[in-house]
Design a protein around this ligand. Structure first.
Ligand code: SF4
Length: 220
């Protein structure tokens, strides 16, 4: 990269960086005071928006009755962190606090979360959606990854992070929003019917073969 290009890139990144305020909580550990402070300051700036990149998980309450009491007082929807089910859909900031998104991926992500998260399956499933090819929500290493492009959305399947990382395989391109939802329904339905515990989607695809999987995911 020559000097001028490098300077332009640095300037652009610096400008981008100044748009966001990202408190650094080491190891993702926050105190109730930290959260209250953020809430208080955000209230003074009503135009501010908050986007979490990962889940908030509250642990440390080991006594079952106290745990139940905490849930009752908290009175918020929760999700299973360990169950064989679809986890909350990971949605990038595109269309919320980032304007690089090529489609309304944020709204689609919310629809997918409402429709699919919590559904019981042979094993856990992680879905993510990104508004552009920068892939900030890491769709390439999710069981199902959706990436917005100029002509619609592409779907990648079989990716995983963790101990057995895999890169997802591109299944289909240029889908409309409703086609994404229909295709997801077919992928998940197939895995629900034929997957074997503890087989992640990528292992399931490997077992039945990608071509057969692709064929089964076509509209009938
Ligand atoms: S993937 Fe693209 S649209 Fe989404 S947050 Fe990253 S840069 Fe923004």
């Amino acid at each position: 990269m020559n000097f001028l290009v490098k300077r332009m890139v640095m300037k652009r990144l610096d400008k981008e960086d100044k748009k966001f305020i990202a408190p650094h909580f080491r190891a993702g550990v926050v105190t109730p005071q930290d959260l209250r402070k953020i809430a208080d300051v955000c209230e003074k700036f009503p135009e501010s928006k908050i986007k979490l990149g990962t889940e908030i998980i509250i642990g440390g309450i080991t006594e079952e009755t106290r745990n139940e009491e905490f849930r009752r007082i908290l009175d918020l929807p929760t999700f299973s962190v360990a169950g064989f089910c679809i986890r909350p859909v990971k949605i990038c900031s595109g269309g919320f606090i980032c304007d690089n998104n090529l489609q309304d991926s944020f709204s689609l992500g919310l629809k997918l979360d409402e429709k699919f998260s919590g559904r019981m399956l042979p094993f856990k499933m992680i879905i993510s959606i990104s508004g552009c090819a920068r892939c900030c929500s890491e769709p390439m290493v999710r069981d199902i990854g959706i990436v917005a492009c100029r002509q619609g959305y592409a779907i990648f399947v079989g990716g995983a992070a963790g101990a057995r990382p895999r890169i997802g395989i591109r299944l289909i391109d240029n889908l409309s929003e409703s086609e994404v939802i229909d295709t997801m329904e077919r992928i998940i339905g197939l895995y629900e019917k034929m997957g074997r515990t503890p087989e992640r989607l990528g292992m399931f695809i490997e077992r039945i073969g990608f071509e057969r999987f692709k064929q089964e995911c076509q509209p009938k």
